[in-house]
Design a protein around this ligand. Sequence first.
Ligand code: TYD
Ligand code: MG
Length: 449
Amino acid sequence: MPKAKSIFACRECGAQFPKWLGQCSECGAWGSVAEEAPLPAKAIVAIAAKTPAAIREISTLEGKRISSGIESLDLVLGGGFVPGSLTLLGGEPGIGKSTLLTQVSGLLASKARRVLYLSGEESAAQVKLRAERIGATGDSFYLANCSELTEAVAFIEGADPDLLIVDSIQTMHSSDAESAPGSVSQVRQCAATLQQIAKSKEVAVVLVGHVTKDGSLAGPKVLEHLVDTVLSFEGEGFGRMRAVRAVKNRFGSVDEIAVFEMTERGLEDVPNPSAALLAERNPDAAGSAVFPAMEGSRAVLVEIQALVAPNYANNPRRSVVGLDYNRVMLVLGVLEKRCGLRLGAHDVFVSAVGGLQIREPAADLPVLLAVASSLKDVPVPPDLVAFGEIGLTGEIRSAGSAEQRLKEAARLGFSRAAVSKHLKQSHGVPGMKLGAFRTVQDALALLAP
Ligand code: TYD
Ligand code: MG
């Protein structure tokens, strides 16, 4: 038999190469390519015929979903954890992954569910301290410090859990595999083994995954394909508000978000995110506009802030937090060209307050109003919300889910909305006056001093 050739794989994206590279030519990451032990090839021998089951005979686990005990998290999951499935929870260090899962463990244990929490990063005593602080104790909450796969399997056999938490998948390694912990093949092998166990024992498994600087799930891009659900924990990491959203979900929609606030007793569900996000807003300040954003099936009011300050150096700065950088640049371009506002000698900072990541083009209009408001030093009317996409010719386009956005704004006491002229008036909501504008020039009339 010829000697199996070793291959080199990128830890970030999983791309394989015949030789070592300093920079991955697929994803561009530096120093991420490492040697991987080759998988032994197996020959396929005689195969007997097998009859697949008819679809109506197949039983689903839908009815056996395990509620996490946190209503909004259940919504994100599509109704709770599915036994036999793998969920990956990704997020930056310190955002609250371990906290959230400890809470869920406590809640499940209090309902006589068996939970096994395997921590590779912290000792059992450390996890216990946290669990006690947030009141997550229960007789069927089992804890172990474990980072080796065979040992993990033994713990699973011993505890026979309904929910298994592996914190984190990057610290888990198999001593059978030759490559280093954290490498692609290690992570993949551990996840695959855990998946087999999940399926055969009908355990719901949650894997914690770290996220790299650029926001992608570190290394295990491969994992995203393997697991059933990918949840992403978002937030500034320093702000109070955190959001969990599904990036992929084989058992539900990917639209819902759960919003939490970090307190000294762990994460608290925020049932009314709009009110919380606007709580510290100063409505009379220039440079602030309110955007009714759509987060899945619900509208959330987010404050968009802008600061336009004179720049005395050569390079005016542009900084965008929580919004799409390119869309904000487009809005700045439209303001220069179509409205004659001179931003070239100014630094421009734009941010969505509260740590939510806004990807909707409908945020263009509130961004425009906030920037113009800051430049002119004239506040946006305090009872006004705005939404609408802005085109390159300065036209304001209508955005979807108008009714829901308006309802949420009305609910929180706003009485006016700046929208596109093209928005159907039938979308009107009682108590909401619509100011319909065709172009950005028209909309700037809102900022008349
Ligand atoms: P942690 O859940 O360990 O984050 P991760 O597992 O995602 O790395 O902790 C998040 C941060 O939250 C940590 O810096 C401490 C803080 N924290 C609180 O403010 N209140 C609490 O009750 C807990 C448990 C943590
Ligand atoms: Mg942690």
